[in-house]
Ligand binder design. Structure first.
Ligand code: NAP
Length: 283
């Protein structure tokens, strides 16, 4: 038994992706999502129900860390866990978001020596900064809340500037680590005042929708674009490695989630069906 804990969880595609993986791997495993009120409830359920592995999502990634028996060094530096392994009642925390992000980026571009402008200073941005720096890239954070930015800067040794300074910095790749543009706010973009054309690559951590307004604008401006889908799949694949020690079927996981998102996107906007069908393969 594997599980996801968060609040809300109804929007998550993790159960769909994990269950498709276990079916393909021939494992007698089940993955279920539980909406819980607080992190203590999640930890209690993991112990009482003998859940072997759990994913953690908004808003418990940072608060749950103090309730675990052991926290992996990377997750401790990032300050957030998205993965728990239950070894006979001993709970260990990990962060696979940074691995998901760097695998997703590395599949499309060189990270080493390149500058990355990261939008946001929350848990996902911290994982991005950690991962990019670990792979030899140069992250710079742009955020609206300067206090959060200062904390990130102090913890991870990365400059954090106000969003208004984005036009003053040259970067190879822009990474959106804010929720701006996520369904249902699909018409929104985190870029205001400047266009995406100044970046060679634009990555959006959002995977629902697959093509956010930011990515639409970036593709139209001639940038390479990367949706959050491959990060999502790679962070989940790493969870499966941690929990089972087995190699997950990344292609099947990608296909399952992508098809589901396309179906949802079509349902959301039958009117735009023709445009949306065009070019999905690129994402
Ligand atoms: P979080 O901890 O809540 O952080 C969100 C960050 O975005 C904060 O810095 C917040 O600033 C900023 N922000 C929110 N609205 C903004 C706006 N209108 N303008 C500018 N900045 C804004 O969330 P998170 O866990 O880091 O997740 C961020 C995004 O990444 C979400 O969309 C999530 O779904 C996605 N994500 C994707 C994956 C994946 O596998 N693809 C994995 C993890 C996360 P304030 O502090 O000022 O509010």
């Amino acid at each position: 038994m594997f599980a996801l804990f968060g609040n809300p969880v109804a929007q998550s595609r993790s159960p769909l992706m994990h269950n498709a993986a276990y079916r393909a791997m021939g494992l007698p495993a089940r993955y279920e999502a539980f909406q819980v009120k607080n992190p203590n409830e999640a930890v209690r359920m993991i112990r009482e129900e003998n859940i072997r592995g759990a994913s953690v999502t908004i808003p418990f990634k940072t608060t749950l860390i103090t309730l675990l028996d052991e926290v992996d060094e990377d997750a401790r530096i990032i300050g957030a866990v998205n993965t728990i392994r239950n070894l006979g009642g001993r709970l260990e925390g990990f962060n696979t978001d940074w691995i998901g992000l760097t695998r997703s980026l590395a599949g499309r571009m060189e990270i080493k020596g390149k500058r990355f402008a990261v939008l946001g200073a929350g848990g996902a941005a911290r994982a991005a900064v950690f991962g990019i720096a670990r792979e030899g890239g140069i992250p710079v954070v742009f955020c609206r809340n300067q206090e959060t930015g200062k904390t990130l800067s102090r913890d991870l040794g990365c400059p954090a500037l106000p969003l208004s300074r984005l036009d003053a910095v040259t970067a190879h790749c822009l990474v959106n680590a804010t929720p701006v543009g996520m369904a249902p706010g699909v018409g929104e973009t985190p870029l205001t005042g400047i266009g995406p054309g100044r970046f060679d690559w634009v990555m959006d951590m959002i995977y629902n929708p697959l093509r956010t307004k930011l990515l639409e604008d970036a593709a139209a401006a001639g940038c390479g674009v990367i949706s959050g889908l491959s990060m999502f799949v790679h962070q989940g694949a790493e969870q499966i490695r941690i929990w089972t020690g087995m190699e997950p079927p990344v292609d099947i996981m990608t296909h399952t989630v992508r098809e589901d998102l396309i179906r949802r996107s079509k349902m959301r906007s039958v009117k735009e069906k023709k445009n949306r069908d065009k070019g999905y393969a690129e994402y």
